[in-house]
Every structure is written in structure tokens, then in C-alpha cells.
Design a protein. Structure first.
Lengths: 351, 387
């Protein structure tokens, strides 16, 4: 990848457990209008949009119907990636790379408060043989956590670290995680990322446009994504697809290795440890140390209160903000699917 | 910067109203196998997969993950798009960009729908805004009937002219082994005598509900020629949206603003000046007969209001100056998530001279469109010559 795509506008809504003050269109406009302002442009300047949302979470077939106007796509292009927003960012970057698109919005949004989480997650299970068991992702995650067998004390430290970094969730007192109700043994309720309503928007453009806008820019140097086998067909104690996605991203960006700044995203505490280990950060305790010190997932990721579809794009936003100020390189991570069947990495560097 | 991209292989299931012999993964695998087998390829020869369908139709969330083995996607990049009726063309456009940008070298596009395993009508109802539209937007047929009434009033097209589109489609379908509605003896009178669904749209004016899948392989310029002697090179890949509320685009079919905009951009990219002269064949996404007449106008095949006269003159027939939907079109098979990709695949087959009995002679330039959501358009132009 040549690194033609530049992030020149960054904005996120303040996530809330129930943003009933806005509908989906208004929620997205909140992020889009702030991103446009950050980039110093207006909606009419946008040439097209790539959005990320999930029909099941939105309760709407073609969920992007609610947002394409406020993404500037009227009589222009909009395509919806039905996955984490990090993948939408990679698709938009590919389009900018071709030179056929010059200025795009990338938007991820979800109002988890409006959905029945159990029904949405149940619908992701094999309809022929598994749904009769009435599972959801927490049940599957419980099986995974049992296989991994990380002590609850370690898992609790992951959650506490994320909550300390969350601008919108209260810190957790020591012992709160283990004291929260067991949802699927050995998991406790607080080990899962909370349901949230949020949107994130980035303005992406080519180098010439970035120079013209004169805003601090961050380049998308490359990216990678990989999908593993269905949850019952893979070893849940591993996350080989994370490694595949990472290797692909580094190769795509032409980087020799991963930078020190990695915005990791995980829905469950034990997954953050697993993913950190797959990244090669050492023992479980070493990964938790990195999470506590903020060298890994410095914004706290999904566990700090970001909806699944938004978390990866929010990770990229967090990286881009830091790179604007301090320069260097960073990796943004997102996941999609039951027990993170897909992993996505975006390689970012200061322009 | 952009590198040339071509469609190099196409595979389809034989589309029917109910595939009781296969589940969704098996049906998808059938299309994938048929596509790869045409070039003696296997899963290992594919770098990435772009997949699309209407998830709520079958009620399977994150369906691409469940289908990962059928797609040959384990360990690979999987891109999932979900854009309504356009999705098949949207995934083709995504594949184009992913290859053109250098992100991937070979991308397999897979679109599918098994409508017999779900409820399309109830899912389509949720397309509308939940507060303002859903209570009165009862799925596709009523929506089309309202649009058609406006179009008939504006253009003066007749039911007989619309019926000719149905006759053309179902007769063309007899030459296509993958088509669902093959009616060799259908007449205009049959169409006019078919049940009224919602005035003025009759049963034979409308597309069927189908089970089916389609797979199209796209490859980069340095690779395509090694896979087939005649790649179908992409010269334009354009998307345009209309506004989301029906009330914001009141003329709809009579003035398909997204199609007109996509045409403007796409024709400019590909240097199309006179579409009837410059295209050798068109595969357009016509969910209903009246829509095809309106699309003739909005695509510039004829003057505004001239759609009826265009088919009266026989221009879009198999032996006409611009054959439209020689495959039988959407009116002859409509597995929604695959439908627009079938248009792209059929256009590619025509350019590759592999369309079989419905092959149009000497096709050099082909048009494919997708239609969905609130009158959104995808438009691709394929040619035998590399751009």
C-alpha cells in the first residue's frame, strides 16, 4: 500500500448506555458534523462514504438507510460494511488508493440499547443445529474462558484497567468484577463490554487534499484482515486469525514489526489476555501488566464502553489522535463475529 | 494508483423457488465450485472473499462466518457488505476497488439468497424508517405499485408495453440454464390476464422469489490474462444513492435520480456517448416490467417517456440493436443477495463469449446495473479491451 489515504478529521460521540435523546440518524450526525468541523470541510465536500453497521443490531434491513444522507452520500456513493468499523476504514483506504475517490467519510454506528442482545446474538448461531440450545455470545465466551482458565483475579484487572481509562464509565472498585453475577461460568457480568450507543466518524482523503486542507494528517500505511473457522470448528484457546491479520497488515504496510502503540479491542476480559498473548507480548500476567500500564489498549477498547461495530474504528480514532500529537506509528485493532472470528488491523503513521 | 481489474470466471446455481435438496452453505458452495471449476482453480487460488446477502431474509446474523467453509474463506480476508438489492453489484464494486488498489490480487465475490428459508416480505418492511414509513410501507410490491402509477401517469406507457418486457424476459430465460421462470409460450395476453398484485402491477409483471447463489472471480491486470483468454475488464464501477425517505424522491421510477447520476459518471468514465450504439448488451436490475421501461429512459437508451416505444420497436430483444437482459433478467430469477451480481456475471459472460445459448454475437462492451434500497443504483461497464 502506498499510504495515499490520510485521516484529516476525527470525531466520536460520547457513548451512552442508552442515548434515547437521539435517533440513529441524529447520533451519526453528531459524529459526522464534528469530524467535518475537525477537517475544516462541509458535508458537500464529501465524495462518498463507507459505513459500518449491522442490520440485526439496528433492527433494520439495510441499516445504512438511516445514515447515508447525513454521511453526504445523496447522489454519491455509500457502501455498508456489515462488520467492525476498522474494516470500513480499510475499504475506504483502498478506494482512496485507487485515485478514483479523493475524500470520503468512514462512519461506524450502533445503538445497542435498541436491540434485544440475546436475540441478535442467537441469530449468529447455526440455524439448523445450534439455535435450539438457545445460546448467545456470553455462553460461548464462557466455554472459551473455561478453556483458557485465566484466574478471575487476572481477568478482573483487565476490566478495572479499561474502566480507569474510560472517559464515560465509572472506575470499578477492587473486587467488583468477581462480585458481579455469574453470567456463564466462569464469567461474571462485568467481564463483558457493556452495551452502548455510539458513533465514530473519520474524514479520509488523498495526500493532495490533505495538503490543501492543511490539517494534521495521519496516513493509513496498510491493513490486514483474516477470518477464522466457525466457533465450533476452531480451537477457542487460540486466536490464529489475529496473527494472520496482523502479519497481513504488517506486510501490506511494509513494516518490519508491530509498533509499541497497539489499540487492542476485546469484548471479554479473557479475550484481551488471549489477544495480547497472540500478539507476542508474553505471559498472561505480562499482557495484563501492559493493559494496566496503558502500553496496550491505551484507550481501554470495547471494555471501556464502545459498541462492537464501533470499537475498531474508535481504536483507529484513538491512534490517530495520539499520532497527531506525538508522531510515530500505531496499530488499531477491531474484531467481528462470535468470539472474534474475524480480526482487523489498521497500520497508521504520522504523515 | 489504480490498476486494471477484470472479471475472469462466473458460477451460478440453477435458481428455483425452493432448493429443498440443499442448505444455505451447500447452495453457496455450489456456486463457488462452479465458478472456480471453469478455470480449474481451487480455494487456494483465491486471496480474499467479498460476500453479500440480505441477512434478515434468512434470519442469520453474521452469515459469512457460518459460511466460512463453504466460501473457502478460513484464514483469509472476508469482506461482508449488506446494501439491499444492490448488494450483489456493491460486492462486485468492492472487489474491483480491492484489486485495483493492490490490496488483493484475486477476489472471489459471492452473493446469495435462500428466500424459501425466511420471510422476505417482513424483512423488506423493515427497510423503511421505523417511525415515519414502516407502518405504510408494506414491502416491495406495494412500493413498486405506487412508483409505477406515477411513472405510467408521467410517461403514458401502457400495460401492453410493460407486458412485452415480461414476454421478452421469460422467453429469453428459456435459453439460460440458470433461470427460474422459463415460459416459452408466454404472450402479452397471458401477462395482462395474470392476477393483479397491486394496481397496476400484475403477477407476471413482477420478479419471482428465488433460492440461488452466484460467484464471480475478479483478478488484477497482471493475472487476468493467465486465467482466461478473454477477461471482462472493468471500465466503470459507480454507486449513487437517492435520499432515504420515499417522500423526498416523489417521482421515483419516472425520474430515477440515482440511476441518472450513476449513468452520468459511469458513461463518462468509460467514454460512452451513445449507449444504444456503444453497448452491445445490457443486464439491468429490473424488479418489475415497468421498471425496465423506466430504466431504458434513465439509462439514456431512449428519450424521456419513450420506454414503451423502445420495446415496441424491438430494440431490447435478443436480435435488437441493444439486447437487454438476454439471461431473462430479474423477472426470471431473483435470489436478492445474488441478483445484482448475476447481472455483473452475465455481462461478464457475454464479454467472455461464454454465455451459451443466450450469447449475443460479438459483444465488446456490456452494461450491468444493480438496484435497491430507496432507489439506489450500482452501475458497472465491462469491456473486452483492457482500460
Amino acid at each position: 500500500m502506498s499510504g495515499a489515504a490520510h485521516i484529516v478529521g476525527i470525531a466520536e460521540t460520547t457513548p451512552g448506555a442508552c442515548r434515547d435523546d437521539v435517533n440513529t440518524t441524529e447520533l451519526v450526525w453528531e459524529a459526522v458534523s464534528a469530524a467535518l468541523e475537525d477537517a475544516g470541510i462541509v458535508l458537500a465536500d464529501v465524495g462518498g462514504a463507507i459505513t459500518a453497521s449491522q442490520d440485526f443490531w439496528e433492527g433494520r434491513t439495510i441499516s445504512s438507510m438511516a445514515v447515508n444522507e447525513v454521511c453526504g452520500a445523496t447522489f454519491k456513493s455509500e457502501s455498508k460494511i456489515a462488520a467492525d468499523g476498522a474494516l470500513a476504514l480499510l475499504y475506504a483506504s483502498a478506494r482512496i488508493e485507487t485515485g478514483l475517490d479523493r475524500l470520503m467519510l468512514v462512519v461506524a454506528h450502533c445503538k445497542e440499547s435498541q436491540a434485544d442482545p440475546h436475540a441478535v446474538e442467537l441469530a449468529a448461531f447455526d440455524p439448523y443445529v445450534q439455535r435450539e440450545l438457545d445460546p448467545d455470545e456470553t455462553v460461548a465466551a464462557g466455554l472459551q474462558a473455561r478453556l483458557l482458565d485465566y484466574p478471575v483475579e487476572l481477568r478482573a484487572r483487565v476490566v478495572e484497567a479499561a474502566r480507569r481509562r474510560s472517559p464515560w464509565l465509572d472506575p470499578l472498585p477492587e473486587g467488583a468484577v468477581a462480585a458481579s453475577p455469574v453470567t456463564a461460568s466462569p464469567l461474571h457480568e462485568l467481564e463483558r463490554a457493556p452495551l452502548m450507543d455510539a458513533a465514530c466518524a473519520l474524514v479520509l482523503c488523498d495526500a493532495e487534499t490533505a495538503a490543501r486542507l492543511g490539517r494534521p494528517a495521519v496516513r493509513v500505511a496498510g491493513g490486514g484482515t483474516a477470518t477464522g473457522r466457525y466457533w465450533v470448528d476452531r480451537d477457542l484457546a487460540r486466536a490464529g486469525e489475529l496473527r494472520d491479520a496482523l502479519d497481513g497488515a504488517l506486510d501490506h504496510a511494509g513494516w518490519d514489526g508491530a509498533p509499541g502503540h497497539i489499540e487492542l479491542s476485546a469484548t471479554f476480559a479473557h479475550q484481551a489476555i488471549l489477544f495480547g498473548r497472540e500478539l507476542g507480548l508474553g505471559s498472561s500476567a505480562a499482557v495484563v501488566d501492559a493493559l494496566e500500564q496503558g502500553t496496550l489498549a491505551p484507550t481501554g477498547g470495547a471494555l471501556a464502553g464502545r459498541p462492537g461495530v464501533v470499537a475498531g474504528l474508535s481504536a483507529a480514532a484513538g491512534c490517530a489522535r495520539t499520532l497527531r500529537e506525538s508522531g510515530g506509528r500505531a496499530l488499531a485493532h477491531g474484531t467481528t463475529g462470535l468470539l472474534a472470528q474475524s480480526h482487523h488491523f489498521v497500520c497508521l503513521e504520522s504523515a | 494508483m489504480s490498476r486494471a481489474v477484470a472479471a475472469v470466471a462466473v458460477g451460478q446455481t440453477d435458481h428455483v423457488s425452493r432448493r429443498l435438496d440443499v442448505g444455505i452453505p451447500e447452495m453457496v458452495r455450489e456456486a463457488v465450485d462452479r465458478c472456480l471449476e471453469t478455470r480449474d482453480l481451487s480455494f487456494a487460488d483465491v486471496d480474499a472473499i467479498v460476500v453479500g446477502n440480505m441477512e434478515m431474509f434468512e434470519g442469520v446474523n453474521l452469515v459469512e462466518h457460518w459460511l466460512v467453509d463453504a466460501l473457502g474463506a478460513a484464514g483469509k480476508p472476508v469482506w461482508k457488505l449488506n446494501n439491499g438489492g444492490t448488494v450483489g453489484a456493491s460486492i462486485a464494486i468492492a472487489a474491483y476497488y480491492l484489486v485495483a488498489s493492490g490490496f488483493h490480487r484475486r477476489v472471489l465475490c459471492v452473493g446469495f439468497e435462500k428466500q424459501s428459508e425466511g420471510s422476505a416480505q417482513s424483512s423488506i418492511t423493515t427497510v423503511g424508517d421505523p417511525v415515519w414509513e414502516r407502518a405504510v410501507m408494506a414491502g416491495a410490491i406495494g412500493n413498486f405499485a405506487a412508483m409505477t402509477s406515477v411513472y405510467v401517469n408521467e410517461s403514458g406507457v401502457t400495460a401492453e408495453q410493460a407486458a412485452k418486457v415480461a414476454v421478452k424476459a421469460r422467453r429469453n430465460a428459456c435459453l439460460n440454464p440458470h433461470a427460474q421462470l422459463k415460459m416459452p409460450d408466454i404472450t402479452v395476453e397471458d401477462v395482462l390476464a395474470s392476477d393483479m398484485l397491486a394496481y397496476p402491477v400484475r403477477k407476471l409483471d413482477f420478479c419471482p422469489s428465488s433460492d440461488g447463489a452466484c460467484a464471480v472471480l475478479f483478478a488484477a491486470e497482471d493475472d487476468a490474462a493467465s486465467l482466461t483468454a478473454q477477461p471482462a475488464w472493468v471500465h466503470a464501477a459507480v454507486t449513487a444513492h437517492d435520499q432515504q425517505y420515499m417522500g423526498d424522491s416523489p417521482k421515483r421510477l419516472a425520474e430515477m435520480r440515482s440511476l441518472i447520476e450513476a449513468r452520468r459518471k459511469g458513461y463518462a468514465y468509460a467514454g460512452i456517448e451513445d449507449p444504444v450504439r456503444d453497448f452491445d448488451v445490457a443486464e439491468i436490475y429490473e424488479p418489475a416490467t415497468y421498471a425496465e421501461l423506466a430504466m431504458y429512459e434513465c439509462l439514456g437508451f431512449c428519450e424521456k417517456g419513450g420506454g414503451g416505444r423502445f420495446i415496441d420497436a424491438g430494440v431490447p430483444e435478443l436480435d435488437g440493436a441493444l439486447p437487454v437482459n438476454p439471461s431473462g433478467g430479474v423477472l426470471s430469477a431473483n435470489p436478492v443477495g445474488a441478483t445484482a451480481l448475476i447481472r455483473v456475471g452475465e455481462a461478464a459472460l457475454q464479454v467472455m463469449n461464454e454465455a451459451g445459448e443466450h450469447q449475443i454475437p460479438n459483444v465488446r462492451t456490456a452494461l450491468a446495473t444493480g438496484y435497491g434500497g430507496n432507489a439506489w443504483t450500482d452501475l458497472l461497464i465491462l469491456r473486452g479491451e483492457k482500460p
